[in-house]
Design a protein around this ligand. Structure first.
Ligand code: GTP
Length: 231
């Protein structure tokens, strides 16, 4: 959405595509789970009277629009990209097939997972955690507008402190709202590290891959480091 109040901002998609291109060019396998809040927010709509399940399905459709926009920009930059949708709409995207997604990644293609998990009541973050587990990812990079996890809201509280590392259990106990509790629990149960970082910072994805300290690392114990199988 960028600085717009609604929709797809071409300059922002272009920026994100370049950031991802950078990562793919490093030889890293990249899968992307994309939200739809710039077009439709299921939870907000359900508060305003649309039945929650319907509102969530509408949100899932919004993620497909974003996926197609990002695919377009990635391919413009020479990154072969496949979109897989959790809700079948085969005229415009492949259906989600786990083994096929893994194969695409092995071939150096970026894979965008659209339509969440395909189920209402599950957020984009939960979809990201689930897909990460399914493709045996090393890490989830949770792209946000802030540069990490804070002890409280840094906009409202001048004493807010940024964590370099935080444990899953602290995120849950302290209600640090970086991802919903279903998503965090899934990562915790499967020991999948999360790096919360500011997507707007140029080069952040590359820096994280290079092992530089960017954002906040969410892990089981303080002191745990992200282990990479391939790099
Ligand atoms: P390989 O089998 O590794 O060569 O992968 P590929 O994705 O290049 O081959 P495939 O023949 O499966 O797909 C060719 C193109 O069609 C790719 O851009 C796919 O994303 C797309 N495609 C494959 N299956 C579907 C589908 O069910 N629906 C839509 N809309 N596109 C599809």
């Amino acid at each position: 959405m960028g600085d717009q109040s609604y929709g797809v901002d071409p300059a922002t998609v272009d920026f994100i595509a370049k950031e991802i291109k950078d990562a793919v060019s490093m030889g890293v396998e990249v899968a992307i789970v994309i939200g739809g809040g710039n077009i439709f927010r299921g939870v907000e709509a359900s508060v305003k009277g649309i039945e929650r399940a319907s509102a969530d399905y509408m949100g899932m459709l919004a993620t497909v629009i974003n996926a197609l926009a990002l695919q377009n920009y990635l391919e413009k930059y020479g990154i072969p990209t496949r979109v897989q949708s959790a809700i079948e709409m085969k005229e415009l995207a492949e259906p989600y097939i786990r083994r096929k997604a893994i194969r695409h990644l092995e071939k150096g293609r970026a894979v965008i997972f659209a339509a969440g998990t395909g189920n209402p009541y599950f957020t984009t973050d939960t979809a990201a955690s689930l897909r990460a587990m399914e493709i045996n990812a090393d890490v989830i990079l949770k792209a946000t507008k802030v540069d990490g996890v804070y002890s409280s809201d840094p906009v409202k509280d001048p004493k807010a402190r940024k964590y370099d590392t935080v444990t899953y259990i602290d995120v849950l106990k302290k209600g640090l709202s970086i991802m919903d509790s279903t998503a965090i629990s899934l990562c915790m149960d499967n020991n999948l590290p999360i790096v919360v970082f500011n997507l707007r910072g140029k080069g952040n994805i590359r820096k994280i891959i290079e092992g530089k300290k960017v954002g906040t690392l969410v892990v089981k114990d303080h002191g745990t480091r992200v282990k990479s199988k391939d790099h």
